[in-house]
Design a protein around this ligand. Structure first.
Ligand SMILES: [Zn+2]
Length: 200
């Protein structure tokens, strides 16, 4: 997810990361695939073993996310179809730890929906409102393979749902209800509306 609305970020809670990654720009970042590339439309696989290679991948993803000034990145965005997400809604706060979510599953959605502007590192420059549940409960494994549970609301809940969509080949533009706004934003940024796969 892109950082357009990061000023609204709240403190993340219950973060568990043991990976130390400085929040700065890096060289040699991973390529982030863009809307129109079929890579973004494939389903990801569960990670059966959380080992050093997964932790190294999470670290590379965090570095690429910080370099791109994003607040979330899903492994399929860099062409790796594994259920791995990195999130840091407090990327401007060097002390706040990122979240690393492996095999995330949403176990409950709150009943309230809200509409909020989203962006995506795979669709740079495009910002559009998306309606989603405002609170979620989820379970996942952390970067040491430990099972975890958490509740999220606000920007964090939105970011987790956005990134989890990537694991199923879904992009936020697929969920935009205003087709007029969607087409305007996409054409301004040089994207093709035929690459959107509307959910309804
Ligand atoms: Zn995204």
């Amino acid at each position: 997810m892109a950082n357009h609305f990061s000023q609204l970020a709240k403190k993340s809670r219950g973060s568990v990361s043991e990976l130390k990654v400085e929040k700065t720009s890096y060289k040699n970042n991973l390529e982030i695939y863009k809307l129109g590339d079929e890579v973004l439309r494939k389903n990801s696989q569960r990670i059966s073993k959380v080992d050093t290679s997964i932790r190294n991948l999470a670290k590379d993803m965090l570095q690429s996310m910080y370099s791109a000034k994003g607040i979330g990145l899903a492994a399929p965005q860099i062409g790796i179809h594994k259920e791995l997400l990195v999130i840091d809604i407090n990327y401007e706060d060097s002390a706040a730890e990122p979240l690393i979510l492996i095999n995330p599953e949403i176990t409950a959605f709150g009943s309230t929906l809200n509409s909020y502007e989203e962006g995506c590192l795979s669709i740079p420059g495009v910002y559009l409102n998306v309606i989603r549940p405002s609170t979620i409960k989820l379970k996942f494994r952390d970067e040491m393979g430990r099972p975890r549970k958490m509740k999220a609301d606000g920007l964090l809940a939105r970011c987790i749902q956005h990134e989890m969509d990537h694991l199923n080949g879904v992009l936020f533009v697929d969920r935009v209800s205003s087709i007029e706004d969607l087409n305007k934003e996409l054409s301004r940024e040089g994207f093709n509306k035929k690459d959107v796969l509307p959910m309804n």
